[in-house]
Design a protein. Structure first.
Length: 128
């Protein structure tokens, strides 16, 4: 699906695969950042003691999973203008979603580990 610049309209959504993948990954990055930042100062309590925050994290995690795994023709995909992974001949490529999930999981693990074991240790040494 080639985009022709003269046919683009800024008042209508211009769907692209890059936009879809960015939406899927960015949602999880926001969640991971919230969880990773909750382990350092001033949030010393465990995450499960803040019921409102925990509910929001779990709800948004489930909702983001629906966005990633919902078929391209679903209501969620339509509302958020998510592109379905199909070729011009109509062949669906659902396996791309597994690669996206792998990237999300690796990014989430690296973000949490960096905050827990690198940033937290460095800030404790600087505070001392």
């Amino acid at each position: 699906m080639a985009l022709i610049p003269s046919e683009l309209h800024f008042d209508e959504p211009n769907l692209s695969y890059e936009e879809t993948v960015l939406f899927m990954v960015a949602n999880y990055q926001y969640l991971t950042t919230c969880v990773a930042f909750s382990i350092a100062k001033p949030f010393r309590k465990p995450i499960w003691t803040n019921y409102g925050f925990l509910f929001c994290i779990v709800f948004l995690f489930i909702f983001d999973a629906v966005c990633v795994f919902a078929p391209g023709e679903s209501k969620v995909a339509t509302i958020f203008n998510l592109n379905s992974f199909k070729t011009e001949d109509g062949t669906s490529h659902y396996s791309y979603r597994y690669w996206i999930v792998l990237g999300i999981v690796l990014n989430s693990i690296l973000t949490y580990v960096a905050e827990k074991f690198i940033i937290n240790v460095v800030t404790k040494r600087c505070d001392a």
